[in-house]
Design a protein around this ligand. Structure first.
Ligand code: NAP
Length: 259
């Protein structure tokens, strides 16, 4: 399918690996020029070079912490007035409801709620003026069904979801869509990091921990960054202009809900 976005420009945050990279690659495959971001310059530059080589699109790499005002300013300055924005950042650490202080909550809100909101505020006016734009926020399945050990994520991402629910309906009339993609368990370093504590607590191997988690997924496996990226690219395509303010689960059926 021709996604109809060749020649468009995108900012993809937190994209040197994992789901962000999956989105960047799928957009590049559709002919979209990229600004990609992550904190670690070496991995980011390697990803930028690989995408340039493979898809023959322009890729600018901005090594910065997207959760800081300076980081966001650098990213937006490198790709002003993008047609497409994919927001993403690392997820908060696991723990229990009784563990977290106010500062922990502020950090999680900054990273997973206020950062995507600030980025949207920076790029939406130009998208609306041009009459076309696509925003995809990478959130989590925890928005639909809370994950007990990820209370910081449950809280921060639900706040972002509320903001998107209202804002997406205010900008849709200008040809701009905002939607959220909700990953379930995907085969990335983040999944690996979350498997680690289970392995240690229960004295089981990595393969056992993965097999146990995969068993809870009707699809019987972890998702891949490529599948995730393809869904993101479709939401950014010309075909998705009537999809507004949705929260789309990509979880292999793991969230046991009817709607
Ligand atoms: P990942 O494989 O660990 O990749 C994270 C990417 O984000 C890396 O490129 C990392 O590079 C970059 N990054 C992290 N913090 C950043 C920051 N402050 N500023 C800029 N870049 C940053 O993680 P992932 O699995 O793709 O997860 C992406 C998001 O989806 C996370 O919020 C995660 O919680 C959420 N999620 C993932 C899953 C899953 O199963 N994978 C499930 C539900 C939700 P640097 O470290 O160099 O900055």
């Amino acid at each position: 399918m021709d996604l109809g976005i060749s020649g468009r420009k995108a900012i993809v945050c937190a994209a040197s690996k994992g789901l962000g990279r999956g989105c960047a690659e799928a957009l590049a495959a559709a002919g979209v020029g990229l600004v990609i971001n992550a904190r670690g310059a070496e991995a980011l530059e390697a990803t930028a070079a690989a995408i340039r080589d493979r898809y023959d699109v322009a890729v600018t790499a901005v090594a910065a912490d997207i959760t800081t005002p300076e980081g966001r300013a650098a990213v937006v300055a490198a790709g002003p007035a993008p047609d497409i924005l994919v927001t993403n950042a690392g997820g908060p650490p696991p723990g229990l409801w009784s563990d977290w202080s106010r500062d922990d909550f502020i950090r999680a809100l900054d990273a997973n709620m206020l950062t995507p909101i600030a980025l949207m505020q920076a790029v939406l006016p130009a998208m609306m003026e041009r009459g076309w734009g696509r925003v995809v926020n990478i959130t989590s399945q925890s928005v639909r069904a809370p994950i007990p050990t990820l209370g910081l994520s449950n809280a921060a991402r639900t706040g972002l979801t509320g903001f998107v629910a209202g804002t997406s309906r205010q900008v849709a009339g200008k040809g701009v869509t905002i939607n959220n993609l909700l990953p379930g368990i995907h085969d990335t370093d983040r999944a690996e990091a979350l498997d680690g504590p289970v392995m240690r607590a229960e004295g089981i191997s990595r393969d056992e921990a993965r097999a146990r988690r995969a068993k809870g997924i009707p699809a019987g496996r972890y998702g891949t960054p490529a599948e995730f990226g393809a869904a993101c690219a479709f939401l950014c395509s010309v075909h998705a202009g009537f999809i507004v303010g949705q929260n789309i689960l990509l979880d292999g059926g793991a969230t046991n809900v009817t709607m």
